[in-house]
Design a protein around this ligand. Sequence first.
Ligand code: GDD
Ligand code: MN
Length: 383
Amino acid sequence: MSDFASTAHSLEAAQFAQQFVPPELAIVVPTFNEYDNVGLLYESLSAALEGISWELIVVDDNSPDHTAERVKALSRQHGNVRCIRRLGRRGLSSACIEGIMATAAPFVAVMDADHQHDERILPGMLARAEAGIDLVVGSRFVGGDESAAKGLSSTRLWGSNFATRLSGMVVGGRLTDPMSGFFLMRREAFERVAQSLAEDGFKILLDLVVTSGRSGEPLSIAEVPYTFRARNAGESKMSALVTLQFLGLWFSKLTGGVVPPTFLLFAMVGISGVAVHLVTLWLFTNIDTPFVAAQIIATLAAMTWNFALNNVLTYADRRLRGARLWTGLLGFYLVCSLGGIANISVASVIYEYRGATFLAGLAGAVMSSVFNYAVTRIVTWRS
Ligand code: GDD
Ligand code: MN
């Protein structure tokens, strides 16, 4: 064998062998429309993680820009890349959970695809976890470095500060950056709490810390500072919807998990439905529609409004489309009518017993919203 051929041969052998070294660290990256970011991400991870055996697991929600194809092309070049392509699903938290559940590596890290998180701190984070810390968080704020300012617009920065303070209330000040999407964990510690995590949301870290705290086995936590960079290519998926979902999660955690994250949204939609009802009623009585007819029209309008809004907001991740939209709407009318009966019966019992009009009305309304929430979650927007 010539020198050249034998070098080429041993290089190939080394590459081949490397593919079969079980990974110590899995990097889980949720993606939605990150086609232009994943290639560069792989390269910067390779540079940062030299000497560590690692794998990349990309969890893609069937991005229309074909991110999954790009990741699979990477997999054909490198043995340590895998793609989980999910169909008919959306959601950052559930994507992270699925990615973590798919690895056997003892340590897992979650990070974004858009280069905002600095991969160069990963070896340091891994070292802390190997030394026994359950959860190591990449923080934009530790050590007073307000580096987030560089990666965020001013409104987003304000929102981020506000959300950080709200979250501080539920995590009890254990983290300087509870909204971070960048963390590394001992996989076993994650699996202990995985079943209790809410799947619908953007803020898996917050959920992890609170849930483990409540379970009586709080995680040991360390933070490693990094400078938040500007997004590389593509656009952020953070939106008004994500903010609302965050508020729902926050409220849920504040009530110790008694109120599910989607309930807050469902209730807010319900309140807006009352306004729709009253406006419609006013409109139709104004054009001399008999009261009962106007009331029926107003009720239908409010129910339709509530259905549509819940479909795009509260249950955005399992939004009904096509034929299921119409059967869903009919089912929703039906459930709400039963909810109405529940409302009237509870209210009249309380009214007869206590004679308190306002209390009776409120109890009836609460009863029907809880009823509607619980039932439509099972029959209309079942996951
Ligand atoms: N699979 C999947 N499904 N991935 C998603 C989804 C989804 O529905 N939505 C967003 N992603 C992916 C993006 O493709 C990206 O890789 C990552 O999740 C973060 O999304 P961005 O849209 O870039 O979020 P951001 O930059 O506004 O916020 C991020 O940074 C903040 C600061 O650390 C998130 O990580 C936040 O959680 C974090 O607070
Ligand atoms: Mn980002």
